[in-house]
Every structure is written in C-alpha cells, then in structure tokens.
Unconditional design. Sequence first.
Length: 376
Amino acid sequence: MGYTELILKSPNYTESLKLIASKVLNKQRITAEEAIELYYHADLPFLSILADFVRQSINGKYAFYNRNVHIEPTNICVYDCKFCSYSHHQSKESWELTISEMVETVRNLGDEITEVHIVGAVHPGRDIHYYAELIRKVRETRPEIHIKAFTAIEIEYMVKKAGLSLDEGYAILKEAGLNSLPGGGAEIFDEKVREVICGKKSTSEAWLEVHEVAHRNGIPTNCTILYGHVEKYEHRVDHLLRLRNLQDKTSGFNAFIPLKFKSKNNELSWVGEVSVLEDLRNYAVSRIFLDNIPHLKAYWPMIGKQMAALSLSFGVDDLDGTINDSTKIYSMAGADDQNPALGSEELKQLIRDAGMIPVERDSLYNWIESDVDSNP
Ligand code: V47
Ligand code: SF4
C-alpha cells in the first residue's frame, strides 16, 4: 500500500481530513479553512506525507544549500519590537559598523562564498544614499557576488527618509548592485497581533507593498513569518494567505522561511517557546498551503542542525546556509546554535542522512554542485 492509500483508507482520519488529503494529492489548492483544520487536527505523520508529496512535486529529492555570509551593519534601531533581543533597546549596547569595516569583511571572504546577506536594525541617521554607497563598494570589491540586502522595513525607512518613492529607491539600489531582498520584517500580518508584538513597525500593507514593487522592478525576494509567540493558527493562515495572494500576482518570491520565536532576552520572554513538534507542523502546513512559492527554507542556526535535518521530511527543501558566526539576531535571542558555522561537507552529509540529495545552489537556485550530474 502506498503512502497515499495509507491516508485515504485509514480509519484514523476524519472524512474532512481525507478530503483535504485527496485535494493535495491531486495537486489542487487548499483553502484557508482547510489549512486551519490541518493545524488543529492533523497528526504529524499525515502532515509529513502531504508536505513531502508537495515538496517532491516541486523539488524532487533535492535539498539545497548555499555558501553565504551575514553582515549586520548596526543594532541601533528606531523601532522597539517586543520580540527583539538584538536592538540597542534590549541589549543596552549600541554598535554600528562603518562602510570600510563591512567592505573589509567582504574583501576577506573566500572565493567559495557566493552570497552576502546584509540585514540590520533601522538606523535613524542612515538613508538610501548611505546604503547605496555600501552596496556600491561591496560590488566593486566582489563584482560577481550576489548581494541580498535589507528587509522591507529597512527599505521603507531609507526610501522615505530620502523623500523618494519605492520605484526611485529601487532604481538607485539596483544601479549600485543590489540583487535581491531577504524576507525579514514580515513578522505576523494580522494587525491586532502585530500591534501587540511590534506596534511601531511598518504596517503589513507596507511590507507587502515593498515586496510587490520590488518584484515589479525585477528584484526577487524572500518572505518569512515569525511564529510561536502570541498568535493563533488563524493568524498564521491569514499571513500565509496574504503571501500566497501576492505570489499569484507577481511570482517574485523565491523562498518562504518560517522563523521560530526565540524567547531569551526580550520583552516577550514570558511567552516561552513552542515545541519542536510545533515547528514540524508549521513547516508542513506552510509547504502544503503555499503551493506557488518554490522553496521552503529552514534557517538552521535558529532551530539547530538536527531539527533542520528532520524538517526535510516536513516539506523543507533548502537549508540556510554555510554561514560565519556573525549572526547576532538569533544568538542574542537564545538560538539553538550559538556558533552557527557549518562546513559544506557537514551540511551535505546531514542532507544525505535525511535521505535527500544535496545541491549547492546560487542565490537564484541555479545548481552549482551536486552528487548527481546536473539539474534534470
Ligand atoms: O524580521 C528577530 C526575526 C528576522 C527574533 O530571506 C526573530 O534568506 C525569532 O528575516 N526570535 C530577520 N526570530 C532575519 C530574516 C532572515 C533570516 C534568514 C534568512 C533570510 C532570507 C531572512 O529575524 C526579523 C524577525 O522576524 N527575529 N528576533 C527572535 N527573538
Ligand atoms: Fe529593530 Fe528589527 Fe529589532 Fe524590530 S526586529 S527592533 S526593526 S532590529
């Protein structure tokens, strides 16, 4: 008996769960209500089978990784999100790197690094011209490297500060050498929950607009959700639905990255953290619901290496990444991996142990190297 029959003939599942399963297995889209039902009522084996079906339909047995480095320009922030352990409000220590310091970091990177990921706090004194200068200098130093930089929150602020429109801002950043945007700052779109956890930050509507205009300007982006704090399943599904709708319109998202709330050293510490079972449930429902976003990424410095390996059986096809130890956003919030560096051999073995085929990718998911010959 195949896995699918195991679900459809099993006495363990309700008729409505079986209906959802047959929709997924027939490659039909599920509704928001059905996603909510999966969150509340489906068990992990059920979710794993369906998420793996979707994953394999899109990405086969391949699991991707890339060689990147994170640079965090500053922790001085105009906002004071309650879940944040990183900004100067919480850490009580302010720091800002100069452009020369950041360029020096890039200069010293090994040739194998193909991407630089630049994300930091929203500094009150830095506008788009400052950041365009940073990107320009990075580009001069490493002409071939992919520059993925600035969350929608940083973009919105730097563009407004300079009195420009988003289109004008993107023209400047693209000319300087920006290639894509990461997915941070989305948090949770539901306006009431957003008010509780990060009331001063850019609105959900603004986040979505920054990404929509990026896509219209030919700049691909990622998207995220911050889950496991005070939100309910209904809020997660509302968030996924807004992303799915935008992707239907633009096709500009490359990857969705669920970010698990880490509770150390921030104003939401009292909430605690959800279990690893909840992480797997969340990956699987996201994979099943977001049928139009090609990649589901696990950010392993946050959940730990072993959990990242397990996530590959719950819809994940991409592990971020081979990163240096400069990522403070999570280590300060109590990430499982306090020293997030992983060599590519170790990462590849982790993927093989999970029964998948490792593929080193570039930032746009073109293949660089794999155990098998080439992208089929
Ligand atoms: O927006 C902050 C999150 C994000 C906490 O696009 C926290 O490839 C958990 O978006 N617990 C920034 N999460 C990082 C980000 C990211 C990371 C990796 C890859 C990509 C990509 C994007 O970090 C913030 C916020 O949602 N965050 N504090 C915390 N205590
Ligand atoms: Fe600032 Fe980002 Fe922290 Fe919010 S999450 S306080 S925007 S650094």
